[in-house]
Ligand binder design. Structure first.
Ligand SMILES: Cc1cc2nc3c(=O)[nH]c(=O)nc-3n(C[C@H](O)[C@H](O)[C@H](O)COP(=O)(O)OP(=O)(O)OC[C@H]3O[C@@H](n4cnc5c(N)ncnc54)[C@H](O)[C@@H]3O)c2cc1C
Length: 371
């Protein structure tokens, strides 16, 4: 399938990674992204050593690390504000950090720039209105009135993927877990030099993103999945921190800008069946959306892109490549979704108590395996 023409629907983390990996293997790649401004919200994410390894495989390591703040351990704090433990994280790339925090816009810039530099064509403000797969190829019609013919289509359009609904109409829909995350950027004090996670009934923590920046997160139970109007979001987030431990409580008054608050319900999805139909295949949150408790959602989307490109470059026909890709990815992604969900349910009192440190160690052990 070496020089096949590929349409990628969605220019997010997974779609851009797939674009880079496919271009590096000689595929002709077109990305459509529905957001005309190609923006992402301002706060950051945590990534682990398996993502650092994946970035090295993509030839992106220096740019990626340059955009991020690396660290080698996680500090766990008690509800009274005392540090309980400093937990080292395993490293998979010698001489490089074990974990990092990276602002989404910074990561997006690294991936977007590289996709363009590798020769992917990116069209913004465009969605696919129809994907007609006739067995020999896919004719796509687009929202701007144009149409194109492709040998393969990759649906990387996130947890509420329209591509998934088009090709697999009977697939399960994402489920709201009952928990949401509030996040806000703040200046980073020098002493916040690794992830600080606070134990207690409300999950709260600090994540360094750069020399100057960190973000604060708080996970809350949100029965009924309420919608919060933008006006008043900062006051609402401060309210969620009213019982926060020392070290966090004094940061709450600095959450003042409604526009800076990122509130996200946690939606979960795991597609147990096929991840493709005909010549159209799915990756990332479109097939395995996880809660953020293990910091692996974006990592799984990134690894998907690498593995899909690898399988497509070796196969004669899409069916074999898509099956091999799903076989290589399923257990790893399923574990991430299931363990993260178990932590989430335990926090909400909807599931049995779990030992988060034990589940994190299990995750690290699996993530260290080759992809
Ligand atoms: C609160 C929260 C915290 C998280 N924290 C972390 C973390 O710390 N670490 C981590 O690894 N992961 C984290 N994640 C998970 C991570 O954000 C996702 O797993 C990751 O973004 C998935 O990448 P994706 O490319 O599959 O989807 P997305 O990043 O959602 O990208 C999908 C893209 O497709 C575009 N699109 C959608 N529909 C269409 C369409 N019809 N046509 C064209 N384009 C379309 C969207 O605009 C978007 O650009 C977190 C998630 C949440 C909700």
């Amino acid at each position: 399938m070496h020089a096949a023409r590929v349409l990628i629907v969605g220019g997010g983390i997974g779609g851009l990674t797939a674009a880079i990996a496919l271009r590096r293997r000689g595929f002709a790649v077109e990305v459509i992204e529905k957001d005309p401004d190609w923006t992402v919200y301002g706060v950051g994410i945590i990534q682990q050593s398996n993502v650092i390894r994946a970035m090295a495989d993509l030839g992106l390591l220096e740019e990626y690390l340059g955009a991020a703040f690396g660290f080698d351990h996680v500090d766990v704090y008690l509800p009274d504000g005392r540090r309980a433990a400093r937990v080292p994280s395993p490293k998979l790339v010698e001489g490089r950090p074990a974990n990092l925090g990276v602002a989404r816009p910074a990561l997006h810039k690294v991936l977007g720039r590289r996709a363009l530099r590798e020769g992917a064509e990116v069209r913004l403000g465009v969605t696919a209105t129809a994907l007609d797969d006739d067995g020999a190829g896919v004719t796509a019609r687009f929202s701007d009135g144009t149409e194109g013919r492709y040998e393969l289509v990759v649906g990387a359009d996130g947890v509420f993927s329209r591509t998934r609904r088009t090709i697999l109409p009977d697939a399960p829909e994402p489920e709201f877990t009952g928990q949401s995350v509030w996040r806000y950027n703040l200046p980073r004090p020098a002493e916040v030099d690794c992830l600080r996670a606070y134990d207690g009934p409300t999950g709260v923590g600090l994540v360094p993103l750069s020399t100057d920046l960190m973000y604060i997160y708080v996970t809350t139970s949100e029965p009924g999945n309420p919608r919060y109007p933008r006006a008043g979001l900062a006051a609402a987030m401060r309210g969620k921190l009213k019982d926060a431990p020392p070290g966090i409580a004094e940061l709450a008054p600095r959450i003042t800008d409604d526009e800076g608050v990122v509130y996200k319900p946690e939606d979960c999805l795991l597609l147990e069946g096929d991840w493709h139909r005909g010549r159209v295949v799915l990756l990332g949150d479109a097939v395995h959306a996880t809660t953020p408790h293990l910091g692996q959602g974006a990592g799984m989307a990134i690894e998907d892109g690498l593995v899909l490109a690898d399988e497509l470059s070796r196969a004669e026909a899409p069916e074999a490549a898509f099956r091999a890709y799903r076989d290589r990815r399923f257990e790893r992604c399923a574990l991430t979704v299931r363990l993260s969900r178990a932590i989430c349910d335990a926090q909400l009192g909807k599931g049995p108590p779990v030992d988060q440190a034990e589940l994190t160690a299990q995750m690290f052990e699996v993530m260290a395996r080759p992809i």
